[in-house]
Design a protein around this ligand. Sequence first.
Ligand SMILES: NC(=O)c1ccc[n+]([C@@H]2O[C@H](COP(=O)([O-])OP(=O)(O)OC[C@H]3O[C@@H](n4cnc5c(N)ncnc54)[C@H](OP(=O)(O)O)[C@@H]3O)[C@@H](O)[C@H]2O)c1
Length: 305
Amino acid sequence: MKAIVVDDQGAGTAGMTLVDRPEPQPALNDVVVQVYASGFVPDELTWSPTWTDRIGRDRTPSIPGHELAGVVTAKGYGTTGLEVGQRVFGLADWYRDGTLAEYVAVEARNLALLPDDVDFTVGASIPISGLTAWQGLVTHGRLRAGERVIVLGAAGAVGSIATQLAREFGAHIIGTGRGAHRQAALEFGTHEFVDLDHDTLENIGNVDLVFDVIGGEIGKRSARLVRTGGRMISIVGRSEEQPGEGTAIDFVVEADRSQLSELVERVRDGRLQTNIGIVAPLADAVAAFNSTERRRGKTIIRIQS
Ligand SMILES: NC(=O)c1ccc[n+]([C@@H]2O[C@H](COP(=O)([O-])OP(=O)(O)OC[C@H]3O[C@@H](n4cnc5c(N)ncnc54)[C@H](OP(=O)(O)O)[C@@H]3O)[C@@H](O)[C@H]2O)c1
């Protein structure tokens, strides 16, 4: 099968190459999926699971990409819950070969059914951003209607979904980002927008929850705005500043079938829009990831048409 591999951690996306690789075999409780569309987060190339297995042994050349939408072609021993021929989408294991390939082996529990009326490209854009936003707001953030929320990077891939979900759940959202993101953030549903280059973040006053996708100094200043009993939720590592009387939580997104189903239902009925940027075929994937143009939204690689 055709697949993109990496074997040089220092080379970044420039080290990606399109090669022929053996098709994966399904392990216990796995399915093999023919990948129609794949999502890739450039930061993956800095994560240790891209390069090693769970006990730290080198596993290069490895196939990056962890979001997929496709069709089940085989089942492993003991696999239940999915059948050959079903359309699925979800999240591949960080420590195994990924989805920038014609086929991938994934534990069935990490996938959900993709309804017939949701395109594979859209399906592949949901898992990381959608699950991260859901888990940050609901699982870890315990967001309640009426709460005031800062979404840092509200026009980005995760931030735009966090904004839409927080709005649906009845929160008051203060979106932030660069000045050029104001219009997009408002269209995704923020009630107010703070231009981080020109406005004063501190003018917002206290909030119940901060959803941090940026970190650094902006994350630290945001943490100081968390009210007593509030939550500082970070997806970019441990917050450098602990909120005084609030709770700080950082987490890594996990696969969850029921949350994937909640998300795709919202995409279907128009409550949720994913933030898709470039869509490129596998043959052009390396060039797409190495483009010098400013990237907006998620890059999706369409592997099968
Ligand atoms: N822990 C987890 O499980 C998890 C899951 C998903 C993602 N992540 C991480 O979360 C981060 C965000 O992911 P994403 O996919 O949402 O990225 P993204 O689409 O690039 O969104 C980030 C947004 O924040 C904006 N931004 C960044 N720095 C800024 C600054 N200093 N001032 C103003 N705006 C700024 C970006 O604007 P520009 O594009 O103009 O810079 C962009 O709009 C990444 O580091 C990713 O690796 C973690």
